[in-house]
Design a protein around this ligand. Structure first.
Ligand SMILES: *Cc1c(COP(=O)(O)O)cnc(C)c1O
Length: 401
């Protein structure tokens, strides 16, 4: 019975991450389908009025409304939790919905958080603009400098919030050290793990409390849908986070959950191959133009990155001396790599963060983060890396480099 329909977590939790990525969380219907079913339904019906009342009272198991539960979305949530080694996971409509919910569900007026300086543009908007509007103060630190995290703690500090590797400067935060400082002070750490995915880095194993994702990136991995997820202790997910999300509604659609389930089946393969390709491309670029990639020995935090990650990921950054004009010229000369601001895609994509993903921040904030006018971010895809190298070689020549 179990074999045909549900899964016994005492068995599935023993599976290794690559197995979880293919099979974790699968709940089969009475038809025994092999691929996960797509349940496009907003509501659920009840055998009698008493059942409806019991389900709303939480006295009967079962689903009531797809803002709260959906079988396809639950399969994705379980699969991500199993891959992450987390007790629980809640899927969200987008990565930003995940970040917003992970922060707002547990903060209140008068609280203080410490956040890493190098971050996705919208994450910086949350910490610098949204939270202060509600009386929540933020201190921004250079995430690479562990002492700055300790020094920023105040009596009302509730959270540390950071990403590693960071977008797009590829700063690395020492997960063990920074989460350790938080633990000692009774502060929770929220890690945005979009760049690495649970295949390359599992922050909970280093002492993080909450891991939040843009599943749009590596997890879908083929540039199709937006999605997000928050992982952590069951208590946090089922009580604190759920009471926020069930009433505010950043719910993931079942269709998008199904697409991400398909993406997860190949995540392990894709991200390892794309990391190999990225390293080959980074080795080509290094020396020709200033190149930042955590997998290169020349990256100032290479040793730390390799200690906490299984491979260095799909993203690298290059900086040209000629500022925005030369950077835009290089993009315009590309023939294979798309000019696009997404990442994690199986296609190679390149963007100029200062005029796209980080354009919403002030020039001052950008400079302090290390996002210069000459910086370009490259997501290396699954193409033959030599074709990507040839394209970059041609584009660099076109702008005199
Ligand atoms: C893309 C991204 C986000 C936002 O995710 P969306 O799915 O686009 O909302 C947040 N953090 C990081 C590091 C990202 O790369």
């Amino acid at each position: 019975m179990k074999r045909r329909t549900g899964q016994d977590r005492s068995i599935t939790s023993r599976w290794r991450p690559a197995t979880q990525a293919v099979r974790g969380g699968t709940a089969r219907s009475e038809f025994g389908e092999t691929s996960e079913a797509l349940f496009l339904t907003s509501g659920y019906s009840y055998d009698c009025a008493g059942d409806a009342a019991a389900r709303f009272a939480g006295e009967q198991q079962g689903m009531t409304y797809s803002r709260l539960q959906n079988p396809t979305v639950e399969m994705l949530e379980q699969r991500i939790a199993l891959m992450e080694g987390a007790e629980a996971c809640r899927a969200m409509a987008t990565g930003m919905a995940a970040m917003t919910a992970a922060l707002l569900c547990q903060l209140e007026q008068g609280d203080h958080i410490v956040a890493g300086r190098a971050a996705f543009g919208s994450c910086r908007w949350l910490t610098d603009t949204l939270l202060p509007k509600f009386g929540i103060a933020t201190t921004i630190v250079d995430g690479r400098d562990t002492d700055q995290w300790r020094d920023a703690i105040q009596p009302n500090t509730k959270l540390f919030f950071f990403e590693t590797p960071a977008n797009p400067t590829l700063d690395i935060v020492d997960l063990g050290a920074v989460c350790g400082i938080a633990r000692e002070a009774g502060i929770l750490s929220v890690v945005d793990n979009a760049f690495a995915s649970p295949v390359l880095q599992r922050p909970l194993e280093h002492g993080a409390d909450i891991v939040a994702y843009s599943a749009t990136k590596m997890m879908d991995g083929q540039g199709r849908v937006l999605a997000g997820a928050v992982c952590g202790h069951e208590d946090f997910i089922e009580k604190t986070l759920l009471s926020f999300t069930r009433n505010t509604g950043p719910t993931l659609s079942a269709f998008n959950a199904w697409v991400v389930l398909k993406g997860l089946e190949t995540l392990d393969l894709r991200i390892r191959r794309q990391s190999e390709n990225a390293l080959a491309v980074a080795r080509f670029l290094d020396g020709r133009v200033a190149t930042l990639y955590p997998g290169l020995e020349s990256h100032p935090q290479h040793a730390l990155a390799m200690r906490q990650m299984e491979a260095a990921g799909t993203i690298l950054a290059v900086t040209v001396d000629g500022g925005r004009e030369q950077a835009h010229g290089l993009l315009d000369a590309l023939e294979l790599i798309d000019i696009s601001n997404n990442i994690g895609d199986s296609r190679s994509l390149m963007t100029h963060p200062a005029s796209t993903t980080h354009a919403g921040l002030s020039a001052e904030t950008r400079t302090a983060m290390g996002v210069t006018e000459g910086m370009l971010r490259l997501n290396v895809g699954l193409e033959d890396p030599q074709d990507v190298i040839d394209d970059l070689d041609h584009a660099l020549r076109a702008v005199g480099l």
